[in-house]
Every structure is written in structure tokens, then in C-alpha cells.
Design a protein around this ligand. Sequence first.
Ligand code: A2P
Length: 396
Amino acid sequence: MTKPFKQHLIDPEICIRCYTCEMTCPIGAIQHDDNNVVVDADACNFCMDCIPVCPTGSIDEWRVVSDAYSVEEQFGWDELPPQAEITQSEAEGGLEAIDDAIAALLADAHAGAGGGAVAPQSAAKPAVNTYNLGDPIEATVQGNYRLTEDSADIDIRHIILNFDGKPFKVLEGQSIGIIPPGQGADGKAHLPRLYSVSSPRDGERPNYGNLSLTVKREEGGLCSNYVCDLKPGDKVQVTGPFGATFLLPEDPQARLLMICTGTGSAPMRAFTMRRQRTLGGHSGGMTMFFGARSPETLPYFGPLAKVPQTLLQTHMVFSRLPGQPKEYVQDRLRQHEEDIAEMLADPNTHIYICGLRGMEEGVEKAFANIAESMGAQWVALRDTMRQEGRYHVETY
Ligand code: A2P
């Protein structure tokens, strides 16, 4: 067994076999047969040169694996395999390897179209890996509130954890790990699952040593059901914090364009509360495009509606309103083409995208169209923004 690591793959369902990546790769790590174009895990050095040249985005696929998929295996694929669970027994490199696996999963979530995430230049320095599987911190559940209406078909929860006076330094945009109790079929402890923190750095309630999470109950989900069923007073094992790039700029003049779906609103809530507590309406501005099925299933619908417009402009976008056509965040971005174009042209603008992985492609296309309307080239603009720490993606 080897340590889990992130393997670079190409999606055979999306790839158009133009071989541009193969021609671009400086070390010959990409090859093809009559069926597929594939990356040799033994050769790939993660230089990322192939990522921006791919016309479809099929090149930007990653899986955390213990044993790499061979070139021959990849030649036989009609579709990508799903991300396999990394079990503790697979991670026999020990606890350090498990923490590496978590870091790799987060890097995957942050890869965005084009990879290579960079923190905002003015972001505060985050603490990472303060607590790990070998040395977790115990938190006490302070609250568990349902955010979606009782009648709604999805159950999203606001969970408050208190660290009982122990230090847990976390910045807006970071994630923590929760270790579900019990053992897997292999008799080993479960691995932590990552959740994005939805409160600001000074806590859900300022200076009370707590934080909040926004968690959706997934059918059959081991950890999400555990978390969504927690009761006040329950003890929870926590690791982290994790993440050093999806962070809030400290520069008050930074302009934030936040695009999210469902529980992807967690970091956006943290950003908004941080600015509300420290800057009030005196900032470069914040605009949010937030997609959900309906008002009943949009987390923090009520509180969001009360945030002053001087602090945050909110666009709530619903996909399942009776008698209405489906609308996604990318559709609403297009409707506001002029405003978005003006933001894209502003070197103070920082973009944050968080939520369903599927949204990323649609949002990118909308940005590409908007950029075109202003005579700019989206991929070049996006790459510049990313290098300057102004383009952040966390999708799952
Ligand atoms: P849909 O009604 O098509 O499921 P969820 O409630 O499952 O967490 O999803 C949050 C929101 O994201 C829903 O409105 C969902 O719409 C929407 N959504 C699903 N797929 C995409 C996509 N590819 N791009 C943008 N939004 C999406």
C-alpha cells in the first residue's frame, strides 16, 4: 500500500480527443490509444501546463487514490470511476497519510477549472492541521437547528459546536473534520469528513469559543446523518482546521462576488458576518448569487433577507418554483451581464464559487459569455485572477 495521493485523470466522456494536452505536456506524461487520452501517474509532476489549454475542461479531473489507476486501465474506461472512500486500512502509511488524504481531497475541491489555488494577497494567515486524527479536539454540541422548512424534501442543519475554552483558531472559508463514531466494516475507526465553517473567526457568538456548520443530510450518509442527529450536550471529535486559500481578503476595499448553491453558502455566511461585525456597510461591497430549489430549502433565507443592501446585494435563484421555469445561478449571472462585466474588469474583485460541482461548468460558461461581451478572454482573465488570489472555487 502507498500513501493516498491525488491522481490526475481525464474524463473520457467529455474529452474530444484533440490531443492538445498531450502536445503541451512538457514531460510526455500524457498519451493516447484509439480509445482514450490518459495521464501516466508515474510521470505526471502536476505542473498544470495541460489544464488551461484543454478546450472542454475534461483534463481537470482528480481522484484521491492509494494505488494509481494504470495507463492500461484508463485506456479501457468509458467513464471516470467515482471517488472511492479512502479507508483507514488503505491509508496504512499511518495517521499522517490520512491527514495528507484530507488535504488532497480539499485540494481537489479547490482545484476549480484550472487548478492551482492561491490565497488572497491580503488574507490573514490561517492555522492548519492544529488537530488531527491522532490528536482530535473534543467539542460539545451547543445547538442543532433545522434551516429548511419541515415540509421541504431536504434537511439542512445549522450546527453549533463549542470548544469549551480550548483554543481552536479558524478563519472564514476554512473547513473542519468531524470523526463519526464507531468503526467501518474493517474494524478501523472512520475517517473524518470535511465541513466548511459558516461562522466568522470570533465565533458564532463573538468570543464564546464556538463555531457553526451548515450540514445537509445525505441519504445513507454516515457522517451527515450523525451530525444532523446530534443533540445539545453531545460530544464530537473534531480535526483541522483545513484550507489555506479559500479565504477572505482583509482589504476592506476588496469587492466580493460570491456564487453558491445549497450548503455552499456556508463560507459566504462566514464572510458576510465577518464584514458585518468589522466593517458594516463600509467595504468594497459584496454581491451574492445563491441557488436553491425554493425559498423553503434555501439555508438562512430569513436572516439573509434582513442583511442590509449596503453590505450585501443578494440574488436568490430558485430552480423548482411551481409554475416557473427552472433557474440556475448562471442564468441570473447572464441577466446581470453589465454589472458582472463591470465587476470582472475591476482589479479589486474577488470571485468565490462554492457548492455543487456541476455548477462550475455553467458558471464558467456564463463568465466566458460575459467576458466576450466586454471584449475580454475569460480563460486569460480567470487565470490572472487566480494567480492574484482573486478566484476561488470549492465544489464537491
Ligand atoms: P435542481 O432543482 O436542478 O436540483 P440541492 O438542493 O440539490 O443542494 O441543489 C441546490 C441548487 O443547485 C438547486 O436549485 C439545484 O437545482 C441547483 N443545481 C443543480 N445542478 C446545477 C448546475 N449544474 N448548475 C447550477 N445549479 C445547479
